[in-house]
Design a protein around this ligand. Structure first.
Ligand code: HEM
Length: 519
């Protein structure tokens, strides 16, 4: 109900309702009748009967203890009986489709008065449309699925198909040809890595990590080997149904016995006697989207070394949910292959050439992760800036403590440095072929991924300190901090462990050392 349709009340009138059985309060110029609700209030009755609360303006006290979303819930909206005459409500939470006005909550290019060489007017229009879609369609599903642990709703996946978002999330390339992107906002030949960055960053605003991976993260990393190394016949059969959100795919490399050490993998693929089929045996662990995937891009040990093969769900393929520290909406699976027969035509790349397939896939996968990491760090800054402003300690806002400001300074500097480095690398990607990217950017991207997840872990730790006990509590003011702190190790592991990647970057640099350079 809009405030102008509500009873207009004076503050004096509200003040008369200050007893146990007749209890009104004011929050942000809205009047709530808590007489019946008080017995159900999760924070108890006594806080509501405090003389500074009962019949009074409790705005400051309320926002020191509750998130804005509490007031948006229908069961609590119903408690509003009126509004203060001549006054307007000014406080708001997240506004659907809008940019946040909190400093550093948006990257520079989206902040009024700042400039960027990387984004055009077209990118800005694209960002507006993606944000609106995300806020209206994806975010409500993200909240609900994180709660019930089910996979992202097919209705959301279908809406994304309608915009060709699954195809756009694979980056620029031939797979976009002939498609209408985002209702025609961008032409396939104009779509570049900054468009893809925008999609990934807008989606990372959900701050719900399990859902983020559940929303076809497996496709983002599992389909490129098919697109880049599959036969024409295989591509024609598999790619359209995956990009239309009808079938699901995942990347199945890690095993209980081997992770970053790809050559140590133990799943085997041997040829059938007639040489027409692969027979696959083994298991895979921590496979994102595995529980609901129809296709598996599988790394196998073969006679010639290591080969990547596309496996379809069928006889001999079993998937089981693994309970990790994020939600089951990601569909993280333990997979077993028991004499699974696959046509030899499902081989991706050369037999024995699997390492090249996997390595060339890593750059894009890690870059996507950097986009998401940079954006979610910003979300944490926004939470900390809001909290430290609305939380009062010793009669002053929490940010009056220098130690809190120092923590926020670190968070902002880290998020800005990650985003700026990311944009530079993205610009390089826009100007290099896939092959050039593989040779020139593998080290840079490995460093950035390692750096951004280490920044994110520092930020998660500091945010818990800023939020105190609420930073380790699953509901209430600090719920996103708790979630972030619990799930941040995923970023530091998936797509290559932090230390392994940093070392990879140095080894790449050493390989490029000029033979004649001396001190
Ligand atoms: C419209 C009025 C109110 C509603 C609908 C409401 C609702 C809630 C809800 C849903 C919670 C659980 C918090 C969560 O986990 O999200 C809560 C906790 C709490 N509320 Fe309220 N509340 C209201 C007003 C107030 C007021 C005026 C005060 C006193 C200043 C108050 C004090 C508390 C306290 C102390 C807690 C426990 C906070 C914590 O565990 O961190 N509430 N309230």
């Amino acid at each position: 109900m809009a405030s102008n349709e509500l009873r207009q009340l004076s503050r004096d009138e509200v003040a008369k309702h200050n007893t146990d059985d007749d209890l009104w309060i004011i929050i942000d110029a809205k009047v709530y009748n808590l007489s019946k609700f008080k017995g159900l209030h999760p924070g108890g009755i006594s806080v509501l009967l405090d003389p500074e609360v009962a019949g009074q303006d409790a705005t400051e006290a309320f926002f020191g203890l509750h998130r804005y979303e509490v007031l948006e819930k229908p069961q609590y909206q119903r408690l509003q009986i009126g509004a203060i005459e001549g006054e307007k409500s000014i406080i708001h939470g997240r506004i659907v489709g809008e940019l946040s006005q909190v400093p550093y909550a948006e990257p520079t290019w989206l902040t009024t008065g700042y400039h960027s060489p990387y984004y055009s007017e077209g990118h800005r229009k694209f960002q507006v449309a993606v944000r609106k879609f995300f806020d209206e369609v994806v975010h409500p599903d993200a909240l609900a699925r994180e709660e019930d642990g089910k996979r992202p709703s097919q209705s959301v996946i279908d809406r994304m198909t309608g915009l060709n978002m699954h195809a756009m999330r694979m980056g620029p390339g031939k797979h976009l040809q002939g498609r209408v992107l985002m209702n025609g906002l961008v032409k396939p030949e104009e779509f570049n890595y900054f468009h893809e960055l925008i999609i990934t960053q807008e989606f990372a605003r959900s701050s719900l990590r399990g859902y983020g991976d559940g929303l076809l993260g497996g496709k983002v990393i599992g389909l490129p080997p098919v697109l880049n190394f599959g036969s024409d016949e295989l591509k024609a059969r598999v790619v359209p149904e995956v990009l239309e959100g009808k079938k699901f795919i995942c990347l199945a490399i890690s095993e209980a016995q081997a992770g970053s050490d790809v050559m140590g993998l133990q799943t085997t693929a041997t040829k059938s006697e007639d040489g027409r089929e692969w027979i696959i045996n083994g298991s895979k662990k921590w496979i994102t989207n595995g529980t609901f995937a129809d296709y598996f891009t599988v790394g196998c040990k073969t006679d010639d070394g290591f080969t990547v093969i596309l496996v379809e769900r069928g006889p001999g393929v079993e998937t089981k949910q693994i309970k990790t520290s994020y939600s089951t909406t990601a569909g993280t699976a333990y997979i077993t292959f028991d004499n699974v027969r696959v046509p030899v035509g499902n081989t991706l790349g050369e037999e024995g050439g699997g390492i090249f397939v996997i390595l060339s896939n890593f750059n894009h996968e890690r870059w996507v992760m950097c986009c998401a990491s940079a954006r979610s760090q910003r979300g944490i800054i926004e939470e900390c800036l809001k909290w430290s402003t609305q939380r009062k300690v010793f009669g002053k806002p929490l940010h009056s403590q220098a130690v809190i400001r120092a923590k926020i300074a670190g968070m902002i500097s880290r998020a800005e440095s990650v985003q700026n480095w990311l944009e530079n690398i993205t610009y390089q990607m826009c100007n290099m072929s896939y092959k050039q990217q593989a040779s020139k950017l593998a080290g840079q991207i490995a460093f950035l991924k390692s750096y951004s997840t280490s920044c994110a872990q520092d930020t998660a730790r500091d945010a818990v300190q800023v939020f105190g006990g609420r930073g380790i509590t699953k509901t209430g003011m600090g719920k996103f901090i708790e979630h972030y702190h619990r799930t941040i190790p995923f970023d530091a592991l998936l797509g290559g462990a932090e230390d392994v990647l940093a070392d990879l970057g140095v080894r790449q640099a050493l390989r490029a050392m000029p033979k004649d350079a001396r001190l």
